[in-house]
Design a protein around this ligand. Sequence first.
Ligand SMILES: O=C(O)CCC(=O)C(=O)O
Ligand SMILES: [Fe+2]
Length: 369
Amino acid sequence: MTVTNGTSGLIPVIDISGSLPQKEVAKQLVDAAATYGFVYIKNLGKDIPIEAIDSIFDLSKEFFTSPLEVKQPCKIQENNRGWVGMHAETLDTKNQKRGDFKEAMNLGEFVDGKAQQPLPPSFAAREAEIDQFQKYCHGLMIKILVLFAIGLEVDPSSGGPDWFSSRHIGAGPSPCTLRLLHYPPLPPDSDFHPSVDIRAGAHTDYGSITLLFQRPGQPGLEIIPPSSMDSHNYTNTASWTPVPVSPPTTTTDPSPPILVNIGDLLSYWTNNLFKSTVHRVIFPSTSSTYSSPATDRYSIAYFGHPLGSTVLEPVPSERVQELAGKGEQKTVEGMTAEEHLMSRLRATYLGMYRDGEGKEEVREVVASA
Ligand SMILES: O=C(O)CCC(=O)C(=O)O
Ligand SMILES: [Fe+2]
């Protein structure tokens, strides 16, 4: 296992493509999830073809560089699908003065190869390709979840290796979301400033795991390592550690590694053995002074979520049960995945999910999503 991450963090790079025994890979993944909450998956194009990733990035660029008239009809709905404009989302509501310096396109799962939301013409023409990409991501997510269950030695009579994955596969489409992200450069002569404004505010992810695809030469992701004394102080700059797009052992690979991070639900499920690590995206800086970066950053996140009706309860694994009562992440007993997701979305989009009005509608849409 190769480890690297700038100077202070050490996020492992793991090859899950089959060249190592499954039990060994599972153990490495569990150790990374418990120590960092982040892990790089070496990307040799075996789980997801490199061309498929490149092609979705091309589609993303085409969409985000198109005029407002193309984006507006796809505006985000209360079901969390659609285009999210600049500054519409605020991930760190406590510390941010303005919304995130980014725009995004959230794509829910397709049904019978068809999108369940308005699509811009360029996407509509490539529906089959997007559907296939979502399936690749879903497949990789399931593979990782099975490895986690193997590494945790989940009680075979309760589902064993399938304990997590079975909660992500159901009759209808799952609530997993494919999110295309675009972080434009700061406009010159504006009142935005990289020491105040942020591309994506400090947050943890809400679901089970997130797959993050990044592009060479477009850095910006940072984490607060869970071991840091200051993991609760988002404003202490000393705690933030850059996460390189391509750590040294991957620079000759055909594509940057896929970064996987643990979300809040997997942290709940494991009594906080797995860490839901705080992360953010900043404007690139040059030495101590910020430059106005001329480069856009494009990334793609696949947010893995269990089926909405899943009750959040600790996984039957001895290692997890030893931690009962010690976890920082606590759920209300009997809380479902859907209830948890909606409470997090309401906080992030401030005005969009008004209390009371429209609430039932949101619940229904998400339940059937
Ligand atoms: O764009 C990135 O690199 C990270 C995005 C992210 O953390 C998120 O959307 O949850
Ligand atoms: Fe995130």
